[in-house]
Design a binder for this molecule. Structure first.
Ligand SMILES: Cc1cc2nc3c(=O)[nH]c(=O)nc-3n(C[C@H](O)[C@H](O)[C@H](O)COP(=O)(O)OP(=O)(O)OC[C@H]3O[C@@H](n4cnc5c(N)ncnc54)[C@H](O)[C@@H]3O)c2cc1C
Length: 461
């Protein structure tokens, strides 16, 4: 277990000199509001919260923390679900919330350069008049820096990819006080090592992203949402595979199990009514209205071939938004219904041909262990979340044992412990199993970028 120096009165003075008095707080309220994300992991309170408002603030604060051997944890919006920004060793909590300027929009290049603390929703509001949007978005009100640091994905990744697929260049502050720029604004880049994608997904353990040039995409004009029910998981997943093979322009291919469909229907605030069967929520795009109708017919035909028991489609924006609002708020409904519980969310991902095997395994294992778990999956990417409520230590042990077995099974299927939430606290124990010797290479990189191990300690390793 690493040991770090404590924050002292002298530390506070140095930090105030770097970022200004108004950007340093030791108030309990500020420290508590940056002590836990939306996961069920235990909160930890930092000793001081620092808000950086320039890249130089970040670089100087990092160098100071490293020289003084004080733990320092970056914080975007705290919407992670794996404990990623929890300051488990106390020390300095470095908030990026005030590094929130949109530096430049390049509509003709379909690019934007933004500071790391810009939230993707705010960016998309600014982009709407240009007919563009940043496509990597999640249900949480996350920052661009946080999305990149976790390599987050979400329902639209089946079309637009994860955060890593939507970034061209980064400015990053290092623990030695340097500010480096990786990548360029060119779409094609084969110049040297790809440092940009080393920092993406590193969860703030190698450096702190201060700004990013991200890719933008046109807002689709002709969109339909489709909901289909199936009597078996296998037929739902076969439908997803057929749709992918068919080359239809799917913007989302989301799976939910019968229990979750029932749960959503009974959550008054969800406003949707679903049959209690394995369900697909889908979205498709086309260049014009006729093309969209042809697409709906093609999807319906695939669903019928796979013995769908119900099929409904809508091109109405309000109805579509209602469905997606219900899907995006799924985690929040669970939090509300299980208010006196913690939630564990699994995040394994497997090759799509094995997805039905994974779902059947989960159904069987939940039953054998007598656990309650709801399945929500980004089926188009082979990514599955099981949301498991637990209320006491015994239940916690049981859901964690389920998760460990699920990770092992997913790795056997050729998958990964975490498709989009990152390693954070909960997936660290699986890193050796998943990566073997490559995990040692990761550790050597960590030592090179952060020799004292002060940057977001207790995560990934
Ligand atoms: C309702 C809801 C739905 C969600 N749905 C999805 C989903 O579908 N898919 C998905 O992938 N995620 C989802 N999430 C999780 C979450 O939105 C993502 O993990 C997101 O990437 C977190 O971004 P953040 O700005 O909140 O970062 P934080 O949670 O604050 O931090 C994320 C990690 O990055 C580090 N960090 C933060 N900023 C920087 C920076 N500038 N430079 C370097 N490191 C930094 C932190 O130390 C931490 O390790 C959901 C969350 C909620 C609440």
């Amino acid at each position: 277990m690493p040991t770090f120096n404590r924050v002292t009165a002298e530390t506070i003075t140095v930090l105030q000199n770097i970022v200004g008095d108004e950007n340093v707080s030791i108030r309990e309220h500020d420290r508590k509001s940056h002590s836990v994300d939306v996961s069920g992991h235990e909160p930890h309170i930092s000793e001081v919260v620092v808000w950086a408002s320039t890249p130089e603030h970040v670089a100087k604060t990092l160098k100071f923390a490293s020289d003084a051997n004080i733990a320092i944890t970056p914080w975007g919006a705290g919407t992670s679900v794996e404990g990623n920004p929890i300051p488990v060793y106390g020390g300095i909590l470095l908030s990026m919330a005030r590094l929130n300027k949109i530096i430049a929009l390049y509509p003709n290049d379909l690019q934007a350069t933004v500071q790391a603390g810009v939230k993707f929703r705010e960016l998309n509001e600014k982009l709407a008049p240009h007919g563009l949007f940043f496509a990597c978005n999640t249900g949480g009100d996350a920052t661009i820096g946080g999305l990149l640091a976790n390599n987050a994905a979400g329902p639209k990744a089946v079309k637009y990819g994860a955060a890593k697929d939507n970034v061209l260049s980064l400015q990053v502050a290092l623990t030695n006080g340097e500010l480096i720029t990786c990548g360029s604004r060119s779409i094609k880049q084969s110049s040297g090592y790809d440092l940009t994608h080393l920092f993406v997904g590193s969860e703030g353990t190698l450096g702190v992203i201060t700004s990013a040039t991200v890719k933008l995409v046109p807002i689709p004009q002709h969109i339909c949402a489709i909901v289909a029910n199936f009597s078996t998981v296998q037929s739902a997943i076969n439908t997803v595979i057929s749709i992918k093979h068919n080359g239809l322009d799917a913007g989302a291919l989301e799976f939910m199990d019968a229990d979750f469909a029932r749960f959503l229907t009974h959550s008054e605030s969800s406003g949707v009514s679903l049959e209690p069967y394995p369900t697909l929520f889908m979205e498709f795009y086309a260049g014009d209205a006729d093309g969209l109708q042809a697409c709906i017919r093609a999807v319906q035909s695939i669903c019928v071939q796979n013995a769908a028991i119900s099929f409904s489609s809508t091109t109405n924006d309000v109805e579509r938004d209602k469905l997606w609002a219900a899907r995006y708020a799924a985690y929040t409904y669970c939090q509300t219904v299980f208010a006196d519980h913690h939630l564990l969310t699994t995040d394994t991902a497997v090759p799509i041909s094995t997805y039905a095997t994974l779902v059947q395994y989960i159904e069987r294992d939940l039953k054998q262990r007598g656990l309650v778990g709801f399945m929500l999956g980004h089926a188009g990417d082979g990514n599955m979340h099981v949301i498991l409520p637990y209320a006491n230590d015994d239940e916690k042990r049981a859901v964690y044992a389920f998760n460990a077995a699920l990770v092992e099974f997913s790795l056997e299927l050729g998958g990964t412990a975490t498709g989009e939430h990152g390693v954070g606290i909960g997936k660290r124990e699986f890193m050796r199993l998943e990566h073997g010797l490559a995990f040692d290479v990761m550790y050597r990189l960590k030592q090179m970028f952060d020799p004292k191990g002060v940057l977001n300690p207790g995560k990934v390793f």
